[in-house]
Design a binder for this molecule. Sequence first.
Ligand code: GLN
Length: 275
Amino acid sequence: MQIKQALSHARSQLGASESPHLDAELLLAYVLGKPREYLITWPETVLEESEQQAFLQLLQQRISGYPIAYLIGTKGFWNFDLKVTADVLVPRPETELLVEIILKHLDTKKHLVADLGTGSGAIALALASERPEWQIVATDSSQAALNLAGENAKNLQLKNIEFRRGSWTAALNGKNLDAIVSNPPYIDKADMHLKQGDLRYEPVQALVAEEQGLADLRQIAAEALDNLKPGGILLMEHGYQQGEAVRHLLAQSGYNEIQTYRDLAGLERATLARR
Ligand code: GLN
């Protein structure tokens, strides 16, 4: 089987994926240990038997919905590649919005910023790389996630980041933070999307929250008050239909300057508030 035949076979099988072309190329490039451009430059190269077997096996897993990032072990976020495993949520492009908002709200002086539920470390590492002057604390309740995030920090040679195990603010010990950012679980457990596509394979504790998905957002809002300095900011990602509920719970907790931001799809995706 030639490269171009393998790709066209894969594309025809990946009809249920949102990106059959990209998926096919990512899997084959991964199997061959080459960059994607190689596939375009050498379409007539014949795969070794072992490469073909490995490719077809990965293709089967992808067809069954297993996330591409778990299969190839990496996902692009901000301007780097992160190692990812099934222990963490696959970083989403819309989460880059949170990084942009924090960068806009704090100057480049020394600041202390926490990322709660860091998972692969995506938000924390993007902030640490953009602002070497800042000190970042990244927490997670999962040791497997912290190990992975630590590995990502090491690969990116980022030193201004510290990892701590604990649920939400538990590991912060009342620090005087300039900002707290989080992409917590916010999907309602009855949401039918959980039974479809890639979400079926992602860690449920990173996706699903009680109270129609609002429980962790509410808890973080309450806890963060004890860890932010006066005027410090809290920024949380949430579901596109949760903007109003999140603004309401932040107001009830006593925050000011509450403002919701839309993602590139025009959907309400993150809300910022000031202590
Ligand atoms: N944005 C993700 C999704 O809807 C959910 C991430 C999360 O729960 N924090 O697929």
